[in-house]
Design a protein around this ligand. Sequence first.
Ligand code: ATP
Ligand code: MG
Length: 562
Amino acid sequence: MTTTNTVISSNFIQNIINEDLKANKNNSRVHTRFPPEPNGYLHIGHAKSICLNFGIANEYKGLCNLRFDDTNPSREEIEYVESIQEDVKWLGFDWDDRMFYASDYFDQIYEYAIKLINTGNAYVCDLTAQQIREYRGTLTEPGTESPYRNRTVAENLELFAGMKAGEFADGSRVLRAKIDMSSPNVNLRDPILYRIMRAEHHRTGNKWCIYPMYDYAHPISDAIEGITHSICTLEFEDHRPLYDWLIAALNMEKRPQQIEFARLNVTNMVMSKRKLRALVEEGLVDGWDDPRMPTLSGLRRRGYTPEAIRDFCERIGVAKSNSTVDIAMLEHCIREDLNTKALRAMAVLRPLKVVIENYPEGQVEELEIENNPEQPETGMRTIPFSRELYIEQDDFMENPPKKFFRLAVGQEVRLKSAYFIKCEQVIRDEQTGEVIELRCTYDPETKSGAGTTTRKVKGTLHWVSATHAVKAVVRLYDYLLSEEQDTEQVDKNFKDDINPNSMEKLTSCMVEPSLLNAVPENRYQFLRQGYFCLDAKDSTAEVPVFNRIVGLRDSWAKNQKA
Ligand code: ATP
Ligand code: MG
């Protein structure tokens, strides 16, 4: 088993668990679960829940189950079940043999409903959905009891059996808990436990035409699995009395405790599977794993590491009130991780040709360059240097301002790990007047590591040898959503905030030849350009495609210092 030791900074959930352990509650067991509904791919918000649940289990030498909360067959698919497993594993967590489905418990959940009927705690109600809503009352007014509320146990048992046997139309009857129509908490006003819905389920097929509601199935699933701490997000806080009522009414042997924490929101990201699904289905992105998506598969394809995401989840902590985290903090985490891990490479994204007039034609030198100066043990590699090179277009200016230390006519710069070169002449396209080539000279006395010169230059440029370089496609990303995404504002259409320039595709990049051997698992720092990762899907043997994970400028770290 591979487990990841996530050390979670002390939080209120740990305080609760510590107290429980002191009191020897649950025989001092700690057992959590991560309960995704398989109706979409996991996103970074889920990562917070995964790190929390599996992290607590690791920390207390307890257990954490993976449970698919598959009580709503109309929205769920096997594709999602598979992607969720892949993503949890990729993040570095393991459920061993404890992967469950709420649908595994459908028989037991049904039996528990009969128990509730027998104890006078549930009844079959014939009101329409509309009527049920009207009878429910409001936050300020109590509800009204259903005329079906006082059916006899025998009648309820018969009708409920009929519901299961498919004798009634979809939506014509429901099973409801009999609690309190005047409770100040609307969740306790005889909530629905079961509904009739003829839908094929991805696991149970057509066995059932009644399905339990989430609020009913969840505490039962937790109790069946012996979960001790059922950690969920804040919107379920008002549902906790129902959770506790069900556990008590069913006289469950194991009594899990629900604990709520604030969900993760990140600026410039949507954190709702429904919205993410809309982006995918409407073709606004290139699938759930589009590198701009906040899904774990998108972040993975973009080049994010599981270590960086776990670090992020740890830093944001666990709180009781909702807030939004700056996306710059996530970017800071990946930069920090990649600064030590990423191999350095030279890639010219917008090439401008340079001819070194005094360098012998046909000569090639293999120059040494470090793989990662932060990790000297990664050693050196060689890169070919020759008479014709490429540099970045914007490393040259015809009429440079005073503090431009890059290349200009008459100005000298250092080529990284190579020589100083001086620009002598500009060659233009005859038609457009555009600069298409620079004529330069080099000074052999300035060879990196071996030269004798005492001259200094201020600018160092990255470059590639034109004859040796490999053509590549590079995708630069901006945020998919331009605005802060406030999840509370339900009426706002998030699609209005889609950034039309969230991807820039550069198709004539020139990269050093070693990048032909790039693999998606390796991340690279292209000198002066940021961190990049090979795209496993779109790359071909001839043309590698690189995604920019993140640029080099760390606005978050800068703000922390300011
Ligand atoms: P969505 O609104 O994206 O569909 P959900 O809560 O319906 O999310 P589930 O599949 O039910 O998605 O979530 C599985 C677990 O992940 C739940 O325990 C849920 O509370 C947690 N979770 C979902 N979104 C977040 C988030 N943004 N931050 C923290 N935890 C989250
Ligand atoms: Mg949900």
